[in-house]
Design a protein around this ligand. Structure first.
Ligand SMILES: [Zn+2]
Length: 89
């Protein structure tokens, strides 16, 4: 799969966004750089980061690069409720 990097410069900071070839959110071709052929978005993202710096995955075509740390949610499972097995008064 071919990957491209879209440079969205805004005031003060550049943001790079990784897109797959054929993404429906693909930006204007004049604003993208061809990155290369990769097996997956994670590989492409690594390459993009070493070449461009901070790069994010498009949430549409590279969702596996765009998920926020969802493992964090697992840690906060506070089941401190003691079993209230007694019969009610
Ligand atoms: Zn995309």
């Amino acid at each position: 799969m071919r990957y491209f990097v879209h440079c969205k410069s805004s005031i003060g900071n550049d943001l790079f966004l990784l897109h797959q070839n054929g993404c429906v959110l693909f930006p204007d071709p004049e604003t993208v750089e061809f990155l290369g052929d990769f097996d997956g978005a994670n590989e492409a993202l690594k390459a993009a980061r070493s070449r461009f710096g901070v790069t994010a995955g498009c949430r549409f075509c590279c969702p596996e690069c765009n998920v926020p740390r969802r493992a964090d949610a697992e840690a906060g499972d506070a089941r401190t409720n003691a079993s209230n097995g007694g019969s009610p008064p």
